[in-house]
Design a protein around this ligand. Structure first.
Ligand code: PGA
Length: 253
């Protein structure tokens, strides 16, 4: 069964609202006829209203890079799922490796955030991936299985349609922002491990429908080789998503 790919831009902590608006204004005409893949932009919270407004009515969705798991409360500096949907965000990244590395996010926190996103009808993009030392020690498979199992705890009882709308992004940490990309074969192997784990946890039907993106130094010149792998259902793009031309080249791989 064909899965519609998702090409996602993770802007990290870059751009002002004016710069973000200028990006969207330049980008939309470049992709307005593009129906093969879904497209989503993930700006910082401060840019969300500007990006939502600029992308309104287009084929480009907008999401957050992070949400908090609580409904509301005394969590200084955080953004809730309800706040995200109220400003028009429809997607969220969860458990990006920079969140895990710098902000102490564990699989348990990732799981709580996933439940919060689903509760609010937000499409979650759950990030998993091994660090270099884990790959070199032959631990990639074990790490991916542990992260996927932790992220998806308590999900199996939910409606199949909801569960299969979860997106997983495989991002080997050693490939993020380093210019080192997993080879298409390495990425596809990791995706097969993830899909097999999802199948074991949630069933073969859900696993066949779930999209698994690749992220980590995706650029215009390696996008085609990665995205034409049958196991790879889209890309999560950092650095190369900051300019409309290079992100468009990836969208149109
Ligand atoms: P990169 O970032 O494309 O700059 O490697 C990817 C990501 O962090 O999602």
């Amino acid at each position: 069964m064909a899965r519609k790919a998702l090409i996602a831009a993770n802007w990290k902590m870059y751009k002002t609202p004016a710069e973000a608006r200028a990006f969207v204004e330049a980008f939309l005409p470049l992709v307005e006829d593009h129906t093969r893949d879904e497209i989503a932009l993930f700006p910082s919270p401060a840019l969300l209203p500007a990006v939502v407004e600029a992308a309104h009515g287009s084929n480009v969705a907008v999401g957050a890079q992070n949400i908090h798991f609580a409904e509301e409360g005394a969590y200084t500096g955080e953004t809730s799922a309800r706040q995200l949907t109220a400003v028009g965000g429809t997607h969220t990244l969860i458990g990006h490796s920079e969140r895990r590395q710098y902000f102490g996010e564990t699989d348990e926190i990732v799981n709580k955030k996933l439940h919060a996103a689903i509760k609010h009808g937000i499409v979650p993009v759950v990030c998993v991936g091994e660090v270099l030392a884990e790959r070199e020690a032959g631990l990639t498979e074990q790490v991916l299985k542990t992260q996927v199992t932790g992220a998806l705890a308590g999900i199996s009882g939910l409606a199949a349609q909801v569960v299969s709308s979860i997106v997983i992004a495989y991002e080997p940490v050693w490939a993020i922002g380093t210019g080192k990309t997993a080879t298409p074969e390495m990425a596809a192997d990791a995706h097969r491990i993830i899909r097999a784990q999802v199948s074991g946890l949630l069933g073969a039907d859900v696993a066949a429908k779930m999209r698994i993106l690749y992220g980590g130094s995706v650029k215009p010149d390696n996008a085609t080789a990665l995205l034409t792998q049958e196991e790879i259902d889209g890309a999560l793009v950092g650095g190369a998503s900051l300019k409309p031309e290079s992100f468009t080249a990836i969208v149109k791989y």
